[in-house]
Write a protein that binds this ligand. Sequence first.
Ligand code: IPD
Ligand code: CA
Ligand code: CA
Length: 267
Amino acid sequence: MTPDLQNITREVIQISKAAGAFIRQELDKVKNHHIESKGTHDYVTYVDKTAEKQIVEGLQRLLPDAGFITEEKTIETSQKEFMWVIDPLDGTTNFIHGLPCFSVSIALMQKERVVIGVVYEINLDECFYAWDGGGAFLNEQPIKVSETSELQQSLLATGFPYHDYSRLEKYLELFTWCLHNTHGIRRLGSAAVDLAYVACGRFDAFFEYSLNSWDVAAGAFIVQEAGGRVTDFGGGENYIFGGELIATNAKICDEFLDKARSAFHKE
Ligand code: IPD
Ligand code: CA
Ligand code: CA
């Protein structure tokens, strides 16, 4: 049976907003003793875990046969035809410091392809979403990537590597080039929001390495449905599970890929 993606998206938006309301309500209650470390500079609180459980429960009711890939591992399932890919709170470091940029990110994959993406930025109450073939939206208004056709006129976003420093030198080479040759670079602290902002034209491009599938699956799909292009650093398709991603408005894709290739793929 082919699921009704538009209707499912509507439900996923409600589930994202309910989790977002919980996260917002906990903002002032989180204290230092709630913060656990999962690894180098990688933090989590009860808020991430509780939000994930709420989201999983809602999605299980919606599509009982689908499986899950989730950041906080509150549920693990075998591979299924449909898989939900969830980051219940993208921007945890912002959240624990009270910096207002964090989001809920939920994608639905059918085999290798993403068919639904929802990114809910909690502070501005902005819900970005798309379903396969349906276009991309922000709070019910259609969105498109920017029209900027040269990197010289572009505003970029990135994320700084904070535990995998293996490619730091190459990353900084590309970063330095961008400082000299674009309108600037922003670091918001939520990859899902960075991607959503490329989708609606606030950013012209976003790049980062060492990301996980739950950081990017939803946002990358929304960029594509908004007319943008998403690749790995070599221009290939391995950007959801491959740990490196470039998202652009499509017009500056080749120019940016040239720069990324020469930084990351030289001997
Ligand atoms: C992080 C954010 C951040 C990015 C990191 C991610 P988290 O996710 O998306 O912007 O730079 O690589 O891990 O830990 O806040 O869910
Ligand atoms: Ca994340
Ligand atoms: Ca997270």
